[in-house]
Design a protein around this ligand. Sequence first.
Ligand code: SF4
Ligand code: FES
Length: 278
Amino acid sequence: MEKDTPQKRDIIFYIRRFDPEHDEAPWLQQFTVQVERGMTILDGLHQIKETQDSSLAWRFSCRMGVCGSCAMLINGKPALACNTQILEVTNHIITLAPLPNFAIIKDLVPDLRPLFEKHRYIHPYIKREDLEEMTNPTGEYFQSPQELEKYLQFTYCIKCGACIAACPTMATDREYLGPTALAQAYRYNTDSRDGGFKARKDMVEFPHGVFSCHYAGECSRVCPKGVDPARAIQLIKRELVLDYLKLKRHKKPALALNPSEREEQKPRTLAPPFTVES
Ligand code: SF4
Ligand code: FES
């Protein structure tokens, strides 16, 4: 078979620059980058920094779509720079800008503090009344694969902020809790080990909470991890309405298993099979 030869191509990058210490307003800078097959936007940015302008700023860490720090506006759409192949989105021109709906620290670096503050606000952890078992555990809380399945999708969130950047409600109301935090509120409410629904109810119901969502669905369209925050938000609304009508079934959070029960449950709690051959 003929070996693939990498085809190099000049791609023009238009990058929105802004340094709050020197600039009164954002401005566009043009760079030409020689791109070959397999190069990501992140690779292109590194090349620009190394060979053309060392003052360009953006944020990254893992380079593999896991840390969530490299999200930016790529050709007008929020996406991960490390997860986007340049030649898959353009043959000629690419535009890069920081995520909308956040303040800008510098160039392509958004200030993600509101995202993390709102995430912290909804208590993104298992909440229970039996604090003794939480602090001095005697066993594991049992959870069946079916119970895990109910919230698993929402655990894939990497807090990249792409959904917030795409959200039209957030564009008009910066106090809105937003898709990231609300998806995580649903994730914990749905966890069979959690008993925090009542405590989170007031947090998600307030005027800038879940009912501010108009169900545009943009958050789910841009999410790089398939979390589907729009779905989580509609499911929280449903839970709240059922609770208001006193139709919601409040299940007690799962109890800790004693050693003999643990033995019984073993076949149901096996680790999932390896995804790659060793
Ligand atoms: S829900 Fe998706 S888009 Fe939003 S922060 Fe999490 S991973 Fe990013
Ligand atoms: S560098 Fe971690 S997600 Fe892109």
